[in-house]
Design a protein around this ligand. Structure first.
Ligand SMILES: [Fe+2]
Ligand SMILES: [Fe+2]
Length: 282
């Protein structure tokens, strides 16, 4: 798909229908979750995904304080995007509950308040810094968004392949469809913003090479990220998928020729991580 302006990308996004409608969620046979065994080793992965999705609105609020968040098309997108990610967290939580992993009524508040203070200070500094750089930082935000969405979609795909659970499969398919639409938005706006300005390209590439980390690292405990990466991407096929579906796609963005950062980071983390099950739970 080719777009000439952020507005066109937004119009496209707004034409996409939601997959996780209340009707869809209501039709999920929740009472059948326990009929099929579910390998316990994927439980921390589900919790991780639930929490990352839930923290999206924190990120959304941070971004709202920057020139990126003040772009009318981007902020319009982010309103709906934030709602969709919250739903992803909610269905993950419901699935966990049905599996037998109870969560507190206020689990969403708990997830938010558990975010490390270091992260909050860091985010605040970054936002302040971003305001100094101004509009040229939008390309970086959009590039990070695109990478995170692709990575999330691949994480869900991989989880689906490895668990192949009849109730979880259609839920993951629906989430993946929404993640793909998010990616399309970020990706297309990133491409437009990067192609417009050389400084924007240089900043985006520099920040990605320096600071890119799997989504959730920083806001959640690092051991949880390590566990997820090892569980989903340590074996050949997992890593190959990251390389083909994320890294190779990123190299197609203006200014990102030859970048290997994502595959390198995931591969190193998978090779060195040795986090036991209990330590990977929230
Ligand atoms: Fe999501
Ligand atoms: Fe998403």
């Amino acid at each position: 798909m080719n777009f000439d302006s952020n507005r066109e990308v937004l119009d496209w996004y707004e034409r996409q229908e939601r997959s996780l409608t209340p009707e869809f969620i209501g039709s999920i046979p929740w009472d059948k979750v326990r009929d099929t065994p579910f390998d316990e080793k994927f439980v921390p992965v589900l919790f991780y995904m639930r929490d990352v999705e839930t923290l999206t609105d924190m990120y959304h609020r941070e971004l709202a304080r920057t020139p990126t968040g003040r772009d009318p098309d981007i902020s319009k997108f982010m309103e709906r995007w934030g709602v969709e990610e919250i739903t992803h967290g909610e269905v993950m939580n419901r699935f966990l509950n049905e599996l037998g992993y109870e969560s507190d009524k206020k689990w969403q508040d708990q997830v938010r308040s558990a975010v490390t203070k270091a992260y909050k200070t860091n985010a605040f500094m970054l936002t302040t810094l971003t305001n100094l750089i101004g509009k040229k930082f939008t390309a970086t935000h959009m590039t990070f968004g695109a990478i995170h969405e692709m990575e999330a979609a691949q994480g869900y795909r991989r989880l689906k392949t490895l668990t192949d659970h009849p109730v979880l499969n259609p839920i993951l398919d629906a989430i993946i469809r929404e993640e793909s639409a998010h990616n399309q938005f970020y990706w297309s706006v990133a491409k437009l913003e990067l192609s417009r300005n050389k400084t924007a390209r240089r900043i985006a590439r520099f920040v990605t090479e320096r600071f890119w980390a799997p989504v959730g690292q920083g806001s959640l405990a690092k051991r949880r990220t390590q566990y997820l990466v090892k569980t989903l991407f340590s074996e050949g096929e997992g890593l190959d998928t990251i390389d083909a579906k994320v890294t190779k796609r990123v190299t197609q963005l203006p200014g990102f020729e030859g970048i290997t950062k994502i595959t390198d980071t995931i591969s190193n983390m998978a090779a060195t991580s040795n986090v036991p099950f209990e330590a990977a739970l929230p």
